[in-house]
Each structure stands twice: as C-alpha cells, then as structure tokens.
Write a protein of this length. Sequence first.
Length: 76
Amino acid sequence: MTQTKPILYSYPGCGYTTDLKRELRRDGVEYEEVDLFQHPERIPELLALTDGDRITPVYVDGDEVQIGKNGFGCTF
C-alpha cells in the first residue's frame, strides 16, 4: 500500500499557515506544500475542498481535511 504525503495548501503572507508549518516541522511531519501563488492552476483543488472559499491553510491527510488553523485562516 502506497502512503502519500499530506498536502498543505498555502498562500504567502498567511500567519496561520506559517504557524501550522512550524508545528508540522516540530512534529517531524513530511508533507507536500502547494503554494497557490506559485501554482494558481491548483486553486480549483482548494476550492473543491473548501466549498468555494479561497482560504488557507488547508491541510489534507488522507480523507481528513482541515480548513484553517484552530478555526482561523486567511483569504486570498
């Protein structure tokens, strides 16, 4: 069985994303970061996960989707 890395959708300047990335590094979690500023073609993936909201961070680990950090996020 192939285990895929969790995905973190981010956008520059979002403090909540910065905090989440810091926690993931501290906990030794490997993940794929999708910077939506650098990869706008992936925004539709984010919109599908957030019911159309342009918000970060969005962290996807398997079937689990976390929108924002502790209930807060940044719109872009």
